[in-house]
Design a protein around this ligand. Structure first.
Ligand code: FES
Length: 421
């Protein structure tokens, strides 16, 4: 099947006005209702989740043109640290240089750079596991080496036996290929196309909303959660974006964060959010973890908020911790998830608080395990010839619809917006 026949290209991916009669009936839900007529919206086609051409388009558009979080600065904290990663299957390496002073408010010396993780000689993946190197990166195939700023250093025997070069060899153009790379807090983002707005501009809606939290207090928890899911990356993001299946799929979570205590909010074109009004911190032997200061002043003592930043990262802030959840496509029906936790202040990471920290992480582990079965069955459902894109609750699934619409716009394909018979 060709790309064109698999994905109908349409320009009418737009929202229509909600009828006045329905607006009146649902006035109490005004802030959380999709301004669409019920039954007039359908989601992305099955091919968007199953066809390799669609993923190829997503690589060229979404994962090349937007800011993509590919790792954490603390993954490569020391000079000479090297961390291989990827964005939608495209190999990338983060390299921390060894002769720059530590940026203000960090313990990490040396500038962190991102490169395409391929040798300029024959294209070998240069780094396949995190490591520390002394002054240069060496390709194991023919031993070309690169300085930590990416410049090509040595090319043994490239001009013939015991001759490392030849007349006219353009050494300057054969360094590692750099990728635009910026950092917010501990998060490292890349923009492969190089022409996205500055990262802080991109993240500004989230930065502003959470400006009342002192995020400089965040300390990374050593334990993290990594998952592999037999489903398309979009299904994972969509699952993160809606709280409606909470009571059925997550009975444990629902007992401490009820579905009806949840709320949704929008922050511009690329951020969607949800939250819970009655977040309860974990308690062990009467103790709780340290919380952000001044929560009362900003009215967030019991509030947890989550923001999904397009395309594939979800951030969450709670009174006593912050989480980062990234989703990376491995193939059309496989994705990798990584969940990293940050607690508040040095004392939170003290050994005596480990059990409390693990209480939080264990709850997320249970929640993720409960999700995975549902997400993988959503993937199976997309093999059916009768899947038509599904439909959305106008009250509760607005973020999912928005996400699918954003994907469709980005890859210039279609959302099948049409009336039911
Ligand atoms: S492929 Fe790297 S040195 Fe030849």
């Amino acid at each position: 099947m060709t790309q064109e026949s698999a994905f109908t290209t349409r320009s009418d991916v737009s929202l229509t006005s909600r009828p006045i009669s329905l607006q009146a009936a649902d006035s109490c839900l005004e802030s959380s209702v999709i301004p669409l007529q019920p039954n007039q919206q359908r989601g992305l086609s099955a091919e968007a989740y199953t066809h390799s051409d669609y993923l190829k388009q997503e690589r060229q558009t979404i994962f090349s043109q937007y800011w993509i979080c590919v790792g954490l600065a603390s993954d490569a904290p020391n000079p000479g640290d090297v961390y291989p990663t990827e964005a939608a299957g495209m190999p990338i390496v983060l390299v921390r240089d060894d002769h720059r002073p530590a940026p203000e408010n960090t313990h990490q010396a040396g500038i962190l750079r991102a490169f395409h993780n391929i040798c300029s000689h024959r294209g070998l993946q240069i780094v396949n596991q995190p490591c520390n190197v002394q002054g240069h990166l060496r390709c194991p195939y023919h031993s070309w080496s690169y300085k930590l700023d990416g410049a090509l250093k040595n090319t043994p025997h490239f001009g013939g036996y015991y001759r490392n070069t030849y007349d006219g060899f353009d050494r300057a153009s054969k360094g590692l290929i750099p990728i635009r790379c910026e950092q917010w807090l501990d998060l490292v983002f890349v923009n492969l196309s190089g022409d996205a707005p500055p990262l802080e501009t991109y993240l500004q809606p989230m930065i502003e909303r959470w400006s009342g939290y002192d995020l400089s207090l965040l300390r990374r928890e050593p334990r993290e959660i990594t998952l592999h899911c037999n489903a398309n990356w979009k299904l994972v993001v969509e699952n993160l974006s809606a709280s409606d299946p909470l009571s059925w799929v997550h009975p444990a979570l629902n007992s401490c964060s009820r579905m009806e205590d949840h709320f949704e909010f929008e922050l511009g074109d690329t951020h969607v959010g949800q939250g819970s009004l009655l977040y309860k911190s974990g308690v062990l032997k009467g103790k709780t973890l340290p919380t952000f200061p001044h929560l009362e002043a900003i009215g967030k003592q019991t509030v947890a908020e989550y923001i999904t930043v397009f395309p594939n990262i979800r951030l969450g802030v709670h009174p006593d911790y912050f989480l980062v959840f990234t989703v990376n496509p491995l193939s059309t029906d496989k994705s990798a998830e990584r969940m990293v936790f940050y607690f508040v202040g040095d004392q939170a990471l003290a050994p005596e608080n480990e059990a409390l920290r693990h209480l939080t992480i264990d709850l997320w582990k249970v929640t993720n395990d409960e999700d995975i079965d549902m997400i993988e069955r959503l993937q199976v459902g997309r093999k059916s010839p009768k899947f038509d894109g599904g439909c959305f609750s106008p009250a509760l699934e607005k973020p999912v619809y928005r996400f699918q619409q954003k994907v469709a716009q980005a890859v210039n394909s279609s959302l099948s917006i049409r009336s039911n018979p």
